[in-house]
Every structure is written in structure tokens, then in C-alpha cells.
Design a protein around this ligand. Sequence first.
Ligand code: KIV
Length: 273
Amino acid sequence: MSVATATKPVTTRDLRARKGGEPIVCLTAYTAPMARLLDNEVDLLLVGDSLGMVVYGLPTTIGVTLEMMIAHGAAVARAAKHACVVVDLPFGAYQESPEQAFRNAARVMMETGCAAVKLEGGTEMAETVRFLVERGVPVMAHVGLTPQAVHALGGFVSQGKTEAEAEKILADARAVAEAGAFSVVVEGVQEALARRITEALSVPTVGIGASPACDGQVLVVDDMLGLFSDFKPKFVKRYAELAPQVAEAVRTYAAEVRSRAFPAPEHCFGVKR
Ligand code: KIV
């Protein structure tokens, strides 16, 4: 039986054990209703800091606060009965020191009820990953195109194109995995590099824009449902086009309100039908 159809909650240990096996299915979720819709179909619900762009209309993830992550993390964790819930630590909440990272990760876990946190970075974050894991905080790492470093990377552009850059990303992935991360998100790299990383690590890789060579896949749910249409990265597949359906429904509602066709008798109290 696939983990996604089982009824018991998926743990970080279950996900860790999926290395090289059935691919891990992950989507982002930011709200309780969406988490309820996705929960039985996926293994992992990621409360990504992409919510800054998708929900709050920010230009990057850099303005996302710990309070935003906690509010959305708590909503998703309350709704999820099956999938493992992982919450992103936002920019500025963990880079200063392992102690700062632990303080904020503990708040996120205590106030949301999530199973793990995710943080971006490689070799430079390995000490922090180890510090958190040794103190009971499961960590998902994130290497390659790390959106919180968008200004340092020169935009949302694929990474690891030269051999030196590819070696650096491979070393980053090894460092965070050896430090105890239970899984590593690999974003925005070519298939050959994703394969090298996946083969090198003893923990599962979860790819986004990183080819099928990874041990699992993640997408931003609003992207794959066609709800977020500001831009469409090359790696996104639209499994639905919901934005036009929403627009059409709202157009019909507006017309019916203006013509007084809505509300009809069946929507009114005290009116015999
Ligand atoms: O913030 C996010 O949603 C993410 C995933 C897209 C990997 O980090």
C-alpha cells in the first residue's frame, strides 16, 4: 500500500525510509481548506515561505515573517490528519546562529504542531542543521536555487550550470544530509546534477525544477492548479486551469446580483418554495 493511501500519519522517519523507493509526493499548502483537500493524496504538506508571493503578493519570499509562517503552519497542521507537515523557517529566522535557529524552530513546532522545519542553505548551514536535529527538531534542507538568496543568486535562475557550481551544490547537499537532515529539497538544477546528488545522499531528495531523478517531487499548489498566474516557471505543469473558472463564476455572480436573479427563493429564509 502506498504511504499516501494509508490512514496513519506520515512521519519524517517514514519519509526518510522512502529513499530510492516509491517517490515522495509533496505539495505546498497555506490554508486549512486546501490542506484538507490535499491531505489524503500527498505524503508531505509543505507550508512554504512561497506563501509570501502566492498569498500576500510580495515580490520575493524575503518579507515573510515568523508570525506569518506560524499562523499558516498552525492552520495546515490542524487540518492535516495524514500527511507530514513541514513548515519553512523564513529569511532572518535562522541564519544568525544555531541558537537563534533553535529558538525559532522550537516556536514554530510548539505553536503550529508541525512535524519538522525546512531551511535553505548548504555547507554554511550544516552546523545549524546538526544543532537542531540533536535537539529533537527534524530538518528538511533546501539547496540549489534557494529563493531566500534570490538577490545573491541574481534572480530566480537555474543553478549549477558550470562544473564548479555543480560541485558546490553537491557539497552543500552532502553537508546538510551528513548533518542529519531527513530529506533535501533540490531546486532549479539540471537532471545530471540532480542525479549525482540523489545518488550521493543516503536521504531522499525532493525536486522542484530538478528532473525526475529525485526521490520525490514538490510543486507550489497554486501553480499546479493554475490559480497563481503572475508567472509560470518552466518546471511547472498545470494540472488544472482554475483561474478562468473562478473569473467566470465571479462574473456570473456579479451579473445575477445586478439583475436580482440572486438570491433566489431557495436561498432566502421564510420564503416558501
Ligand atoms: O517555499 C516553498 O514553497 C518552497 C518549495 C517550493 C520547495 O520552498
